[in-house]
Design a protein around this ligand. Structure first.
Ligand code: HEC
Ligand code: HEC
Length: 422
């Protein structure tokens, strides 16, 4: 353990061994080359003055100076190794201190300097901003309230490099470009401060689950109400239980069709998903409806939805009749949404996702991991800037941290089935 503890300790031990071995070698060499005394002055030469006797020299003064020397040697001998051993701890302390100071500075920028909070809410809980929509000729259409996603889970969805990209270049003109590369006012160091602050405000899995579930329940209640059905809390829960039962039935059917899957839960899950996506399992309509509700999840300004990037107008409630907009627009900006029709993210309709991902299973893995800067995906997915988030958990190997998933595996699968039927 001591050896593996740190480079400093290893170096310290190596030096110790070298010094010790050198000392032993010196002793051996010294003893071997020692010569017997050639003779000594028996009588004092007449021109020399007798000096102090040994008994006078070896008095209390010598004892004191030898004692002091010994104490100093002991202090150096014990103190230096101890100091050395404490070095890794001191270095870690320094790093922690820097992190804290940087995150504090990021927090100041977030709250005051750059006023991220006016759009993204306190502690990154999500919010909205006034934005002017213009038509293709640049003519004024309306001022709308555009949802700004929560940032307290952004490190689950994106790597720090991907976040840095958005901070540097902004997005859709709504999110301003902050970094110098994008013509913004903040230095790379200040962008770094903001990222340290984002690390600090990430919320735990349990809070994420609560937020996502609130949005899902809202969505289910609306779905039931649209059909003129009972939309009480109890009915919502029953409907969600129904979805779980549909999934279970599909998995049993998949297992019955291929008994070799027995015991491999993940393989059964994947086979069940293929059946549901292909509309080959009873109750799949309800499953797709559930996927659609997740796709449009309104919780935290749509942070956990797909629609905010894949459905034009969804982020500013374009189909509502102006009540939600900040400036009066006579009617809806859009008559209806084209679900997954494409906006910042590509169009997902018309079977394009079936071309991109041959199986629902591969499709699901893509949604879990997202797109990584410079990496291609599917059959022809180009390597963009990593702006398609990953909705599974994300491990940051450099920091040794694992950020919790923003959607569960079952939720991702339901969205996949929905998308494959758009
Ligand atoms: C004027 C409002 C506004 C301000 C100020 C603002 N943002 Fe944004 N930001 C947005 C909007 C809106 C989006 C989503 C854009 C979209 O819908 O494509 C966004 C997106 C983001 C994203 C991408 C997150 C995701 O999950 O998609 C990050 C990260 C981000 N902002 C960080 C910041 C930081 C840090 C600051 C402060 C330096 C900041 N923003 C200031 C409006 C703003
Ligand atoms: C922050 C914006 C954003 C959000 C939120 C988002 N996506 Fe995307 N998505 C993108 C972008 C950008 C791409 C294109 C990536 C590229 O080309 O590198 C993409 C690509 C995709 C693709 C591949 C499409 C193709 O034909 O290549 C699929 C499928 C997809 N997203 C599904 C989803 C699902 C499902 C969700 C919600 C769980 C979601 N996206 C949420 C931005 C987003």
């Amino acid at each position: 353990m001591l050896l593996a503890a740190s480079t400093q300790r290893t170096i310290g031990l190596v030096i110790l061994v070298v010094v010790f071995a050198g000392f032993v070698l010196y002793l051996i060499a010294n003893t071997r080359s020692a010569k017997s005394e050639a003779g000594s002055e028996i009588e004092l030469a007449p021109n020399r003055k007798p000096y102090l006797e040994d008994s006078e020299l070896e008095g209390a003064k010598l004892d004191r100076s030898l004692g002091a020397g010994f104490i100093l040697l002991a202090i150096i001998g014990v103190g230096l190794p101890l100091y050395w051993l404490g070095e890794p701890g001191r270095q870690q302390g320094l790093i922690d201190d820097r992190d804290r100071i940087f995150a504090d500075r990021g927090g100041e920028l977030y709250e005051d300097g750059s006023d991220c909070q006016s759009c993204h809410g306190a502690e990154g809980a999500g919010g909205s901003t006034a934005f002017t929509i213009t038509d293709s000729d640049g003519e004024f259409v309306a001022v709308v309230a555009w949802s700004a996603p929560a940032l307290n889970t952004v490190l689950s969805r994106h790597s720090e490099d991907e976040v840095r990209h958005v901070l540097n270049y902004g997005r859709n003109n709504v999110m301003p470009a902050w970094g110098t590369p994008g013509g913004g006012p903040l230095t790379p160091q200040q962008i770094e401060y903001l990222i340290r602050y984002l690390r600090r405000i990430q919320i735990p899995a349990s809070e994420i689950r609560d937020i996502v579930d609130t949005g899902v329940k809202d969505g289910v209640a609306r779905h039931l109400a649209d059909q003129g059905l009972d939309a009480s809390d109890g009915a919502v829960d029953d409907w969600l239980d129904g979805v779980a039962a549909v999934v279970e039935r599909a998995r049993s059917a998949a297992l019955a069709a291929d008994p070799s899957l027995a015991g491999d839960d993940d393989a059964i899950r994947r086979a069940g998903l293929e059946l549901l996506s292909a509309g080959e399992a009873p109750g799949y309509e309800q499953y797709l409806a559930y996927g659609g509700i997740l796709f449009d999840n309104p919780a935290a300004g749509g942070t956990y939805s797909c629609a905010r990037c894949h459905t034009y107008g969804w982020s500013f409630a374009a189909t509502t009749d102006g009540d939600d907009s900040i400036d009066g627009h006579p009617g809806p900006i859009l008559e209806a949404y084209v679900d997954g029709g494409g906006f910042f993210g590509p169009n997902l309709t018309g079977g394009s996702v079936l071309d991109q991902f041959e199986t629902a299973s591969e499709h699901s893995d893509f949604i879990t991991g997202g797109q990584t800067i410079g990496q291609t995906y599917g059959r022809g997915g180009s390597g963009g800037n990593g702006q398609m988030p990953g909705f599974g958990s994300r491990a940051d190997d450099d920091l040794g941290v694992v950020y919790p998933p923003t959607l569960t595996q079952d939720q991702i699968d339901a969205i996949v089935a929905f998308e494959r039927n758009l």
